[in-house]
Ligand binder design. Structure first.
Ligand code: GLA
Length: 620
């Protein structure tokens, strides 16, 4: 799709069906594109509108996919949220009338994810029919489910109608982004596995599609804006002793940026604050055997910056009206090609001056506010579309010039997490909320659509009522990292983390690329459990968490899934604190997959915020 991302596949993996609809009165055409990936139970759908008439037309509404269910009674699952509380699962019956989700914030948003599931009433994680729709797009969207007077259900996903009126001159075409569809009769786990496979093999690109990703420590929660080169060097040194591969220098290293009031736009190194050049610091850290990554937020500008002084018309904001600031900043107008060049040059200059940088964290902390593009002038109804096209143009140029640069995408946590983004970025910062209890819910929501390898989860000092072990065990079920001053840990905790990092590195393949099974929901019980199984069904990792069990609660065994019933597996609890003995009755034993899936294991306790990580290995 020109200018838009889409699922890709080899000729022998997929076919495309094109259906042309013509409006005989005007000659305007709508082309429906269906891509079929039979192995994965995935169908993609997109549409483009061709103005074959002789006059200018306006596209006022365009839905990329529609499904009609002529009978059946369904539940709708959507994922709502807010800053630091992303992807809460909501399951409600489909009722007569319309149920709608969407974003008008310029990005896919914290508030809703551009994803919906329609499930039969008795569908659970491991059985029943369910249909998914997911938009491959990072801008405004609209999802709707309607039930009519004959109890027929219609499900739609596409471009947000609000502030959308796209002009098409005679002969021009409007391309709507793609929707990924999937169906299974085997429950939501299977639906997620279909979508995860589609992302891993048909959206992710480049080296990090398969390469093992580094374990990193990020400076944000360890130092916020308050650091020198020495602080960072020491963090890298401590990280090295834990087996961490990379240090990421977060916000505050450039311009006049000691808090979030100023500096965005002035991407030159604050050497006075660092006490050295960036190149010098990168080299010192690299000499420790630790790679170096850096934070940027190039799509934004603070009014207190040299960039804004020079180019006030590069920022989206209304003329002659008081400006509203979200985190003291404005969004740059990426519908303007000059601004696209500038944003690309931010990355390009940093990389040219510091070719040893091995990673970027790309942030986007404000939605579009004060909606007016000084560049588009009287064509404001194109802003939301042309801005996102501009954003994609920049992402594409960065990916083409730096194909081996892994980049984490952040947007005040998880405000721009969608399939599109995974074409250019290796992973998401899912949420600024790193309380491990909250993360169990946030990661549960994310996992419905995203594979573990796309979800960053860091060990931090949020919720110190929970142990380092619990915080680490929660982070380990995704792409684990650290965001904590390691000085906060005592000797036992450091030893525990060293071992956990080593275990994680050993098991990363299974966790990040294995099949996910959500076994026990934190929404339904006082516990939670998920497991990952590798493709050969010879290695599996089970995570079990006690959240807030009630007094005297009777615990229940967890039945595993996805194993081979005829294989034998050795069960071993890992990630134990120094001196801690496993309380798992099955620890050290060998059991058949059949036993583990039919009888299960007692992995829960009645203690608050306790966790277990259990490795299962096939024995011959
Ligand atoms: C956002 C991100 C954080 C951090 C800060 C820096 O809030 O989500 O992880 O990078 O910005 O200002």
């Amino acid at each position: 799709l020109p200018g838009l991302p889409a699922v890709y596949a080899d000729n022998d993996e997929a076919q495309t069906l094109e259906i042309v609809l013509e409006d005989s009165a005007t000659g305007v055409e709508a082309m429906l594109l269906y891509g079929v990936l039979p192995e994965l139970d995935i169908i993609t759908r997109s549409v483009y509108v061709r103005n074959q008439s002789s006059e200018k037309i306006y596209v006022n509404k365009v839905m990329s996919a529609e499904l009609d269910f002529l009978y059946g009674d369904y539940d709708l699952l959507t994922f709502y949220g807010r800053h630091a509380m992303e992807r809460n699962l909501q399951r409600v019956p489909v009722v007569h009338g319309s149920q709608m989700i969407g974003s008008v914030r310029g990005t896919s948003s914290h508030q809703y994810n551009p994803m919906m599931i329609l499930a039969e009433k008795d569908t659970t994680e491991d059985h029943g029919g369910c249909y998914a729709m997911s938009f491959v797009y990072s801008g405004n969207f609209q999802g709707e489910v309607l039930k009519d007077q004959y109890n027929q259900t219609r499900m739609l996903l596409g471009v947000q109608e609000e502030c959308f009126r796209y002009p098409l001159e005679a002969g021009e075409t409007f391309y709507a982004p793609e929707v990924i569809l999937s169906y299974t009769d085997q429950g939501m786990n299977r639906l997620s596995q279909n979508l995860h496979s589609c992302i891993r093999h048909h959206i992710c690109r480049g080296k990090y599609k398969t390469a093992i990703r580094p374990v990193l420590v990020n400076s944000w929660e360890a130092a916020y804006f308050d650091f020198t080169g020495e602080t960072l060097y020491n963090l890298a040194k401590e990280a090295k002793s834990l087996g961490i591969d990379m240090l990421v220098l977060d916000d505050g290293w450039f311009g006049k940026r000691d808090d979030d009031n100023s500096g965005l736009g002035d991407w030159y190194v604050n050497e006075k604050k660092l006490g050295e050049t960036l190149g010098g610091l990168v080299k010192r850290v690299n000499d420790l055997g630790v790679k170096f990554g850096i934070w940027i937020e190039p799509e934004m500008v603070n009014p207190k910056s040299e960039l804004f002084e020079k180019h006030p018309d590069w920022a989206i904001h209304l003329p002659n009206r008081e400006t509203y600031y979200y985190r003291n900043q404005l969004v740059l107008d990426l519908s303007n090609p000059k601004v696209q060049d500038y944003v690309f040059s931010v990355v390009d200059n940093i990389m040219t001056e510091n070719p040893d940088l091995a990673f970027f964290k790309w942030d986007c902390n404000s939605p579009i506010t004060n909606v007016y593009s000084p560049y588009l002038k009287e064509k404001q109804n194109q802003l939301y579309i042309d801005h996102v096209r501009g954003v994609y143009n920049v992402f594409k140029r960065v990916a083409e010039k730096y194909p081996h640069l892994p980049i984490m995408l952040c947007s005040g946590g998880g405000a721009r997490c969608d399939y599109e983004a995974l074409k250019y970025f290796t992973e998401f910062w899912c949420s600024d909320n790193t309380d491990p209890i909250e993360r169990l819910y946030i990661q549960w929501g994310f996992s419905q659509f995203f594979p573990a390898k796309a979800m960053c989860a860091h060990v931090t000092s949020w919720n110190k009522n929970t142990s380092i072990k619990f915080r680490t065990d929660v982070a380990m079920m995704c792409k684990m990292g650290f965001d904590i001053s390691l000085k906060e840990m005592n000797e036992d905790e450091m030893k525990y983390c060293q071992e956990a990092v080593a275990n994680y590195k050993r098991l990363k393949g299974t966790i990040l690329d294995g099949d996910l099974y959500r076994l026990v929901s934190p929404y339904d019980t006082n516990h939670s459990s998920v497991m990952y199984v590798d493709k050969a069904k010879s290695k599996s990792v089970l995570f079990a968490y006690d959240i807030h069990p009630r007094f005297g609660e009777k615990t229940f065994p967890v039945k595993l899934q996805g194993l081979d019933p005829n294989k034998k597996y050795k069960v071993q609890e890992i990630n134990l604190m120094p001196g801690q003995k496993s309380t798992l009755v099955t620890d050290g034993g060998t059991f058949s997959g059949d036993f583990l899936m039919k009888i299960g294991m007692n992995v829960f306790s009645t203690a608050h915020a306790r966790s277990k990580v259990i490795e299962l290995t096939e024995v011959h």
